[in-house]
Design a protein around this ligand. Structure first.
Ligand code: UDP
Length: 487
């Protein structure tokens, strides 16, 4: 049952996503979900990020939902960033990670503390749903006695692993970076190597990065709990472990992307698509069901030219139909890496999208048979929701954990075999490995088995967000708890 809006006239939740598409997209979906239950929601963002969410917000408002935007100026220049650098996406990069710029971006994010506090005094919200990266938010929340929910865009498995890493540091107890180890006190014997973990966890001496990890942890402990874009049936062991063994509060409300039912809603997530949706849909309509591999590596991965060439050769060699998204702004000298005659030879077989793809719209099309993904959590969950298996290609962040969930726990994916965590550029993968993984996910008995497991999970995902489903109930529960603690 929906929480009755008359019983609960104006519960007000303030959302503050970190300024990166992988953080903003799911939080905007979440704000919509709360608004659909009669909650007043306000999304805080910066001027140049407004265009990424305004159409969605306007459409939700027109459907009668109480949803708003508040704008705070982003002190990019004060923090040493170029003017207009308000999204992780706009950090200048020339093939590789720009650590200095990223540090400045985080410094600017820290400077939000005061204006955000002023906003709290003005808006007097009942709850703050603030990204984990804004570590100062827990103290503000506690000062004003407002519950602060944490969001970090990850899975329950990742939360359990983070806890294990914090307590036991298993990655520091192995002899070499390539020696596999098991995360203590995490169900399912999840194995990884130190090479596959974020550098922030592998450093021995204290520095800016290790201090950040401590700050996230402290903010987590001071918060009201986590809100997770996941659903119980997907990772029940990890939900139970996080809540009952680690003993922290958390609510799963996903897959949040499923709140986008209309084509327009699916088109308006993040940036404007670089392809005409009708062209894209009619191209897909012309293909057999389950015959197309969708290839997209999220918003931050920045493969070099040699890697892109390798993908091109591999995908052509598989003989499969494909849609391949290549970030235009990231891959300079595009024509240098595309094998000669590639587009002519793959005409009709392949569609290349240079820039931004309407990912959820594509995944949901019946012609798509598998997704080659970097295992960003949003992409992983969007793929699960579409009931599709994956070729897993983790690059950095917590993507190696997500790969484990997909390949080892859920058994709906085949890895290309990346062995090393490498921020944005990734561990180089040869064409043969890519070709083999694509063939394994598309053809044969094993492929059929994975496909049917993925289909069943997709159905569970949809049930989870429907009335009476696990995520639907968890969201109701949370809203009720928040309502009852209002003064
Ligand atoms: N996305 C999209 N079109 C693109 C690239 C990405 O719609 O061309 C969306 C994708 O659907 C997902 C988000 O951007 O919701 C990427 O988040 P994810 O966690 O998968 O990866 P990240 O970009 O954070 O690494």
């Amino acid at each position: 049952m929906d929480v009755d809006a008359t019983e609960n006239p104006k519960l007000h939740v303030l959302f503050f996503p970190f300024m990166g598409h992988g953080h903003m997209i799911p939080m905007v979906d979440m704000a919509k979900l709360f608004a659909m239950r009669g909650v007043k929601t306000t999304i805080v963002t910066t001027p140049l990020n407004v265009p990424f969410i305004s159409t969605t917000i306007e459409r939700s408002k027109n459907s009668g939902f109480d949803i708003h935007i508040k704008v705070l100026n982003f002190p990019c220049v004060e923090a040493g960033l170029p003017e207009g650098c308000e999204n992780l996406d706009s950090i200048p990069s020339s093939q590789g990670v720009n650590l200095d710029m990223i540090a400045k971006f985080f410094k600017a994010a820290d400077m939000f503390e005061q204006p955000f506090e002023q906003l709290i005094q003005e808006c007097k919200p009942d709850c703050l749903l603030v990204d984990m990266f804004f570590t100062w938010a827990s103290d503000i929340a506690n000062k004003y006695d407002i519950p602060r929910l944490m969001f970090n865009g990850c899975s329950f498995l990742s939360l359990c692993i983070s806890d294990s890493v914090n307590l036991y540091e298993p990655q520091k107890k192995v002899k070499s970076g390539s020696e596999p180890f098991v995360f203590p006190n995490v169900p399912g014997d999840i194995k990884l190597t130190r090479d596959q973990m974020a550098v922030i966890f592998t450093q021995n001496e204290e520095n800016e990065l290790t201090r950040s990890v401590k700050k996230w942890r402290e903010a987590e402990l001071k918060s009201y709990g986590f809100i997770v874009n996941s659903f119980y049936e997907l990772e029940a062991a990890y939900v139970d472990h996080y809540r009952n063994v680690i003993g922290r509060k958390a609510w799963h409300v996903g897959p949040v992307s499923l709140c986008n039912r209309a084509i327009e809603d699916k088109l308006d997530r993040g940036k404007k698509p670089s392809v005409d949706e009708q062209k894209c849909l009619s191209w897909l309509d012309s293909k057999q069901p389950k015959s197309v591999v969708f290839i997209c590596f999220g918003t931050a991965v920045d493969f070099n030219a040699a890697q892109l060439t390798e993908i091109a050769f591999a995908i052509e060699a598989t003989g499969q139909h494909f849609i391949w998204v290549v970030k235009k702004e990231k891959s300079n000298n595009e024509e240098d890496w595309l094998p000669e005659g590639f587009e002519e030879r793959t005409e009709g077989k392949g569609l290349m999208i240079r820039g931004w793809a309407p990912q959820v719209l594509i995944l949901d099309h019946e012609a798509v048979g598998a997704f080659m993904t970097h295992c960003g959590w949003n992409s992983t969950l969007e793929c699960v929701s579409a009931g599709l298996p994956m070729v897993t290609w983790p690059v950095f962040a917590e993507q190696f954990y997500n790969e484990k969930l997909v390949t080892d726990v859920l058994k709906i994916g085949v890895g290309v075999g990346t062995k090393k965590w490498k921020e944005v550029v990734g561990d180089f993968v040869k064409r043969d490995a890519i070709e083999k993984a694509v063939k394994e996910i598309m053809v044969g008995e094993k492929a059929e088995e994975m496909r049917s497991r993925a289909k069943a999970l997709g159905e569970m995902a949809k049930r989870a967000v429907e009335e009476g489903g696990s995520s639907f109930r968890d969201l109701n529960d949370l809203i009720q708890q928040l309502s009852s603690r209002r003064r």
